[in-house]
Write a protein that binds this ligand. Structure first.
Ligand code: 1CP
Length: 349
């Protein structure tokens, strides 16, 4: 295998990496969670007849899909096209991403034996990821690539429920009722997540994001007791890689101080929390967010006025990365994100 490329010299000037580290920036950096995907006609075209997981394991397709939003929007960072359940698939868990549903697991995890049957992840499980990241970094030049993984709680929810869930009832039943199984499962998933982040950074990713999308389902007490130590272990391993770490969840207004404490350099704030409150909650960290993703359906001038408010509020933070408060909604008009990106990037700092 060829060596990973040396970092592009222009990365040192990246507004995204500077904001993540709390350094002065030339403009507020912008990228969008789920910026690749169904809102882009060029994505729908290349995905025709190809399954979601299949496309994540095909370096040529992964590279093309990751680059699509960078070309179209001129965003300040690319996010690696993959999924939070991909590493589980790679180690052999029987699962699929079903169109219109999401991740579906054939044999949900119930017992310690189920947990122990899941192999740990080694780099050879995800050779296609290494190949994709290396090729991407070469194409992206001075634009940083964000690697990512799902956090233990959110990934555990899919494994225990067997698919998407609103209440996470079976997951919490295990957390409250079978703490030994829960701990083993969280440790197992955390190890896989950390190893997957290590692979991406070794291949050239210059930042990582840990997605704990469904952590907002937990009380601060339960998050602190049953989840935080496991996410902190992943972030601690990622910290040894020397790249900025972003920690994101949805509906996490009450959890933001704990999510910061877990070891993030940047804390993602969803749109339900005013950014100024989020900044106070995370202390001396950078923040990412947090325009309501439905504002793209408002008249352009309304969307831009609200974006300007977010940028203004972000000035109180150590560093601010502009983003939506959650992923791009599939029916989003890409022309609105084009206008939004250009607008935020030209606002005075
Ligand atoms: O065929 C398709 O297009 C399926 C839609 C899709 C896509 C485009 C899925 C299924 N995953 C992805 C890619 C993906 N997933 C990315 C890369 C794209 C980008 O950001 O530009 C990322 C970062 C993810 C991460 C992910 N997957 C999260 C965390 C982020 C979030 O949005 O909260 C979660 C919760 C998942 C699970 C998942 N995968 C897919 C769906 C539809 C879901 C959610 C299902 C549910 O509601 O539980």
């Amino acid at each position: 295998m060829t060596a990973s490329p040396a970092p592009h010299p222009g990365l040192a000037d990246s507004a995204f990496l500077k904001a993540a580290r709390g350094e002065p920036v030339p403009h507020t950096p912008v990228w969008y969670m789920r910026q690749a995907g169904r809102s882009l006609p060029e994505y729908l075209r290349v995905r025709e007849g190809v399954g979601m997981l299949e496309s994540c394991m095909d370096p040529a397709l992964t590279v093309e899909i990751t680059l699509q939003p960078v070309r179209r929007y001129g965003v300040d960072a690319a996010i690696f096209f993959s999924d939070i359940v991909l590493p589980l698939k790679a180690v052999g868990v029987d699962l699929d991403i079903v169109p219109g549903v999401g991740p579906v697991v054939a044999h949900p995890v119930r017992t310690l034996a189920d947990v122990e049957a899941i192999p740990d992840l080694t780099p050879d499980h995800v050779d296609f990821t290494t190949a994709s990241v290396r090729a991407l970094v070469a194409e992206l030049g001075a634009t940083p690539l964000i690697g990512f993984a799902g956090a233990p709680f959110t990934v555990a929810s899919y494994l225990v429920e067997g698919g998407p869930s609103k209440e996470h009832a079976k997951t919490k039943a295990m957390m409250f009722g079978a703490p030994d199984v829960w701990d083993a499962l969280m440790r197992k998933i955390g190890g896989i997540a950390a190893a997957f982040l290590e692979v991406q950074v070794a291949a050239g990713a210059s930042a990582v994001q840990l997605f704990d999308s469904w952590a907002g389902a937990l009380t601060p007490q339960d998050y602190a007791e049953h989840v935080l130590p496991h996410s902190a272990a992943v972030l601690e391993r990622a910290g040894r890689l020397g790249v900025p770490r972003t920690h994101f969840g949805v509906g996490t207004g009450a959890l933001l101080p704990l999510m910061a404490e877990a070891g993030a350099d940047v804390v993602g704030v969803d749109w339900r929390t005013p950014l100024a409150d989020g900044i106070r909650a995370v202390g001396d960290r950078s923040v990412q967010g947090n325009l309501d993703p439905t504002l793209v359906f408002a008249p352009t001038e309304v969307m831009l006025a609200r974006a300007a408010e977010v940028v203004e509020a972000g000035k109180a933070a150590r560093g601010h990365v502009f983003n939506l408060g959650h992923g791009v909604i599939p029916s989003t008009d890409p022309a609105q994100l084009e206008r939004l990106t250009e607008f935020v990037q030209q606002l005075p700092r």
